[in-house]
Structure formats: C-alpha cells, structure tokens
Design a protein around this ligand. Structure first.
Ligand code: GAP
Length: 454
C-alpha cells in the first residue's frame, strides 16, 4: 500500500512531469506557494469550469451568470464585514520564528478549534513557546491611481460573492424575474493566507465558483436541502467521487457565522487528511441588509403576487475550483505498484478521469512513421478536432511508452493506425480502463468517440 504522503509526492511529481501543475515563478526559485497550470492542467480546469457552468447556469432556468471586477469599491468590504472581521488567528514560535494558525494548532492537539485554547501547547517544529495570539486580516491591499495614499486604498476581492450582492439591484431591475433567482460567478479570489500549503489546496490566489440564490425567507430551509442534493449530484455524477470519500459536516450553531441559520461543509478525504472541499450556507438577509444600510439603496424585492416588499434571504453554495482540480486528480489517480517495470523510477500511474473532464479525449498513434500511415493519422486527428474533441498526436517513442504517457494524462482512448488500416480502412481503439482493443471503421471513429462523451 502506498502511504498518503507518498501518494501526494507521486501526484505532484506526475503533475509537473506531464504538464498539469508546475511550481509558480520556478526559474526565480518559486514564490509563496503559487502554481502555474500547464497545458493539461489548464484544460482540465477549464473542463471542470465548463461542466459546472453548464450544470448550474446554462441548463437551469433559475440561475443567471455575471462577471464582476476583482477590485471593487472598498465600501463593499466595509459593509460585508471583511475589513473588520476577515481575520485568521496567528501565533509565532518564539524560538524558530515559524508562523502558525492558532486554530490549526488547537485542532491538531484534539481541542476545539473555535476556542483557540493553546495552553500548554508548544511549536510542533522545535518545541518552542508561542507568542500571544494576534488577528491578521487576510485582505490584499493595493492602490488605485497614481498616488499611494490612504484615499486610494483598494482591496483584491477575498471571495466572488461580494460581486453578486452588489449586482443584485441591477440584475433584479434588468430581468424582472420571480424568486427564487440565483446569480452565479466564476473567478479569482485573493487571501493573504498565513499558512498556504498542501499543493493547490490552500493558496493565496484561487478560483471560486459561487452562487447567491435569492429566495423568499420562508422558502430558505427547503431550498437549502435541494442545493445540498444538487451539490451531491455534482460530486457523484460529474466528478465521479466515491460517496465514502466525502463527509457532509453539519456545522453546529456555536461554530457558524452569527447570521447563518444552517451551514454544511462538504469535506473530502485528501491524501493529507479530511478537509473542506465546498460549503453551503443559509446567509439569511445578512448581506443585502448590510449593503442596503451602507449604500442607502432599496435592495428589497417586490413580490408580484402579494405586492409585499422584502429583503430576500440567500442560500449560498460555494465551490473552490482549484480544490476541485486537486480532488479530481487525487480521486482518479490509480497507482499500480505491482506493474512497475524494472528500472522505472516511479510506479505505473493512470489518471482514470471521467472522459468528459479528461483534458485529452483521444490520442492518435501511428505504429510506424511511414508517410501513408502518418497521412491517415493526420486525417483522423483533423476529423476529431473538427468535432471539438481534444486530440493528441504522438508518433515518437515505442508504442508502450506512448500508451504510458497517455495513461498518465488520463486520455480515455488511444487510436493506433497500422499497415492493415490501408486494407480494411479500420483503426484500433484501446480503452484506458479496460485495456480492451476494438477495431472500428475509420469513418465511424469520430461518431464513436462523440457518443461516449454525451
Ligand atoms: N463566499 C463564501 C466563501 O468564500 P469560503 O469557505 O471562505 O466561503 C469557499 O470559501 C470555497 O473556496 C472553499 O470551500 C474552498 O473550496 C475555496 N477556498 C477558500 N480558501 C481557499 C484557498 N486559500 N485556496 C484555495 N481554495 C480556497
């Protein structure tokens, strides 16, 4: 059995070697746990983002999309409470000077993270004493315009949600829809995390996919349940995560934000432990009330049936996109130690991605570099690409090495062209998971692949 930390090392090494995720700014020695998504990683991320948008925006009649700026009027973050309370508790080790999150230290000692009781605890690295707990604001500050003075201070958004609350009035007035109505956005968020780490799990810059779902106050509890069901469907049907790899953690009242009447964290068994993947919260009328008070604008909704005006409640399902990429990689990485060939530095690894998420769907591999085979191979590549099916072409190295390369990037189907192709106009398709090989007429191949991606 591969232990968890070895699994993480193998995953990170595969990600770098095969072009999924590289250390950021690497030629300058790296930078603050930042990462570059390479050619296959950025395509995988895009496929996840597209699948999410399709499932939660395009194919539902009750959710619309927006795109708001990363730098908004700083009053937004004053009203939302971020400027005053978006902090993490931190302690420093007096001996080795390492910095930790106090809640993580308490949690690791089996104590309630919310109480921040570190009595008797010492630095896990060197046994030194901790400083007192300080509260550190996670907002990234910048200046807008040419002068760097207090009147020009602005912030990079710490979550995409603020954009939806601020746009609510315009969405309401331009669409004239009934409730419930969701407003969705995918984009970057920035947090000056004290302890980023675990690869792309916690970074200072990350993508969120969020929906603020505006509802009649009395409908909130039932709609919360239906969002929980939809989030489960996403995990099981789209990401194909095994149900027992997920935990639905009902957050007790004393640990919830004071305005939330219900919060569920969706947690995943990462190789480094059980940790948060997504969240779902009933935020009541907290955000719109704060923005109404701070802006002086009327943010209420006029119910066309009852003629009543009220501030909608908000059910907020939130997904981290980078964490989703990590989970898709970890969940579908199959490490086959038994098949490690002699001389191999690493065991054989296959990324068994659901085909719809795989960055490359098909790889066309001519068995020989003869002109006629290469010509046929190019014809096939063009026919697949014309249908929007991401296809690799690889004529280098032995066929074994080429299969292995495609297995490591998770390509579901490899298509080989051999001399017989000229006679029967057929190609051989090898399935990544069953290893079965079937012979298919060349003219039917694109349709065959397309049908399996539906
Ligand atoms: N609007 C609510 C909100 O932002 P959150 O739990 O702070 O809630 C939502 O963040 C999601 O964003 C998390 O469930 C996680 O998937 C992702 N996320 C949060 N902080 C992150 C970080 N530093 N790095 C990567 N992903 C992060």
């Amino acid at each position: 059995m591969i232990d968890a930390s070895k699994k993480m090392d193998l995953l990170m090494s595969l990600c770098k070697r095969r072009g999924f995720v590289y250390p950021g700014s690497e030629i300058y020695g790296g930078f603050a746990n930042s990462w570059d998504y390479g050619p296959y990683g950025s395509q995988l991320k895009k496929n996840i983002r597209d699948a999410w948008w399709k499932m939660f925006v395009e194919t539902r009649g009750d959710v619309v999309g927006i795109e708001s700026p990363i730098i908004m009027n700083p009053k937004v973050w004053k009203a939302s409470g971020h400027l005053d309370t978006f902090t993490d508790p931190l302690v420093d080790c007096k001996r080795c000077r390492k910095r930790f999150r106090a809640d993580h230290i308490a949690e690791a000692a089996g104590r309630d993270a919310a109480t921040l009781d570190l009595t008797g605890l010492v630095c896990p690295e060197c046994g030194g004493q901790f400083t007192d707990i300080r509260h550190f604001n996670l907002m990234f500050k910048t200046f807008v315009g040419v002068t760097e003075d207090a009147s020009n201070i602005a912030y990079l958004r710490p979550e995409t949600a603020g954009g939806m609350f601020v746009a609510w009035k315009n969405v309401r007035d331009s669409l004239h829809r009934r409730l419930p109505l969701g407003v969705a956005q995918i984009g970057k968020a920035f947090r000056n995390e004290i302890t980023p780490g675990n690869f792309i799990f916690r970074t200072r810059e990350f993508d969120q996919m969020e929906i603020e779902y505006f509802v009649k106050p009395e409908d909130g509890p039932a709609i919360f349940e239906s969002w929980l069901t939809d989030m489960k469907r996403w995990c099981h049907d789209v990401l194909k995560i095994k149900p027992d790899h997920l935990v639905y953690h009902e957050i007790p009242a004393e640990e919830r934000a004071f305005y939330s009447t219900r919060t569920v964290d969706i947690e995943y068994h990462y190789p480094f432990g059980l940790k948060e993947l997504y969240g779902l919260a009933n935020r009541t009328d907290y955000d719109l009330s704060r923005h109404q008070e701070a802006s002086g604008e009327d943010l209420r909704f006029l119910d066309p049936e009852t003629n009543e005006r009220y501030i909608p409640h908000v059910i907020e399902p939130t997904w981290g996109l980078d964490r989703t990429v990590l989970v898709v990689l970890a969940e579908h990485l199959d490490i086959d130690e038994a098949s490690t060939a002699e001389g191999d530095k690493e065991p054989r690894m296959v990324l068994r991605f659901p085909p719809k998420l795989a960055p490359v769907k098909g790889a066309v591999l001519p068995l020989q570099k003869k002109n006629d085979l290469v010509g046929k191979a190019n014809e096939i590549v063009a026919s697949l690409r014309a249908l929007g099916i991401a296809t690799d072409y690889d004529a280098s190295a032995s066929i074994g090495k080429r299969y292995r390369r495609q297995d490591e990037i998770g390509t579901p189907w490899c298509v080989t062209i051999d001399p017989q192709t000229h006679e029967d106009v057929c190609v051989t398709v090898r399935d990544r998971d069953t290893m079965e090989q079937v012979r298919i007429p060349m003219a039917e191949l694109a349709g065959w692949v397309e049908a399996r991606l539906k």
